[in-house]
Design a protein around this ligand. Structure first.
Ligand SMILES: NC(=O)c1ccc[n+]([C@@H]2O[C@H](COP(=O)([O-])OP(=O)(O)OC[C@H]3O[C@@H](n4cnc5c(N)ncnc54)[C@H](OP(=O)(O)O)[C@@H]3O)[C@@H](O)[C@H]2O)c1
Length: 296
């Protein structure tokens, strides 16, 4: 496993990250075993959010990582505040709320610090200075080591890149979604790493049935699946290599954050990842044959 520096931090995250959102909180023993297996395979970067299962995901991850907490990069997110009646959530990044939320996340995760705390989105209406001041205070208090954002909105993440000390931006990025690409120079200049999510497009780029994705119609997605399969067969490649290579070949991307539910799925990913290094094809050139440009 390769480990990559996250922005200008001293954190090194595994090229394959573990997205905890797909863990099944109703199957805790299996979920804990999966997390521990991932760690044993060299994955050191684990991502959750207070939003997922209304805190239950953090609770579960906290149990699973307890034996090796100090050896991993632990990330969570804040900003989506569950309503008291559990009917959904509202955006809230007020200092009062975040200050309460970080302590709740730390308690659930059974730790006294997070390596990375991410603003789970963001809007132009947020009080940017107040959010950044609060994050900086958390750093001073030792509650977090670094902060980042998870945003695909250029007007939001550009401000964070230029006017705060974020080290990362989590973005949906895959063969089917190239929207982050025009901003790579900004991230490079600002020393902000991209954490790619949605790399497998919820499994559509692996073996799931084609479905509409962004402005691709179902038959277009099916056609792309066919091309990926054919290309992989001709070049004797594991089929999961192409989606992984597509994001990991970009120097701005520090980790491909993958959500897996089973050891079998994770093994498929790791198997492909281990075959990825000696790649001698240009995945971007290949993509041109079918790519629909989402950059507007
Ligand atoms: N806004 C945000 O900040 C945000 C939003 C979404 C996700 N995330 C983070 O990103 C992580 C990844 O989530 P994602 O939405 O980007 O998911 P993803 O990695 O695109 O897809 C995950 C899904 O892909 C399928 N999959 C995984 N490995 C597979 C394999 N070997 N073979 C077949 N199918 C496979 C599984 O689907 P099945 O379960 O159907 O089998 C899994 O649930 C999350 O866990 C979370 O930490 C953050």
């Amino acid at each position: 496993m390769k480990y990559n520096k996250l922005g200008n931090s001293d954190l090194a995250v595994s090229s394959i990250g573990f997205g905890a959102m797909s863990l099944d909180v109703n199957q805790p023993l299996e979920a804990i075993a999966l997390v521990q297996y991932a760690f044993g395979q060299g994955i050191n970067y684990f991502d959750t959010a207070d939003l997922y299962d209304n805190g239950a995901n953090e609770l579960l991850l906290g149990k699973a990582i307890k034996p090796f907490r100090k050896n991993i990069v632990l990330a969570s997110k804040v900003g989506n505040r569950w309503r008291k009646d559990g009917s959904g959530w509202d955006w809230d990044v007020s200092p009062a709320y975040i200050t309460q939320a970080i302590d709740n996340s730390l308690t659930r995760l059974q730790t006294d610090y997070l390596d990375l705390y991410q603003v789970h989105g963001g809007t132009n209406q947020d009080d940017f200075e107040a959010v950044v001041d609060t994050m900086e205070q958390f750093v001073k208090q030792g509650k977090i080591r670094y902060y980042g954002i998870s945003s695909i909105r250029p007007n939001v993440f550009t401000k964070y890149c230029k006017e705060s000390n974020i080290v990362s931006n989590m973005m949906q990025y895959s063969i089917l979604d190239n929207r982050p690409e025009p901003y790579f120079p900004l991230f490079e200049q600002s020393n902000v790493s991209v954490i790619a999510r949605g790399v497998l497009a919820q499994g559509v780029l692996v073996n799931k049935k084609a479905k509409c994705y962004l402005d691709y119609k179902e038959d277009e997605v099916a056609n792309i699946q066919g091309q990926l399969k054919a290309y992989s067969q001709i070049h004797y490649l594991n089929e999961i290599i192409l989606p992984l290579a597509y994001v990991l070949q970009q120097k701005e991307v520090s980790s491909a954050l993958i959500g897996t539910r089973t050891v079998h799925q994770l093994d498929d990913i790791l198997h492909a990842y281990r075959e990825l290094s000696p790649l001698d094809f240009d995945v971007f050139e290949f993509r041109k044959s079918f790519y629909k440009d989402h950059i507007s």
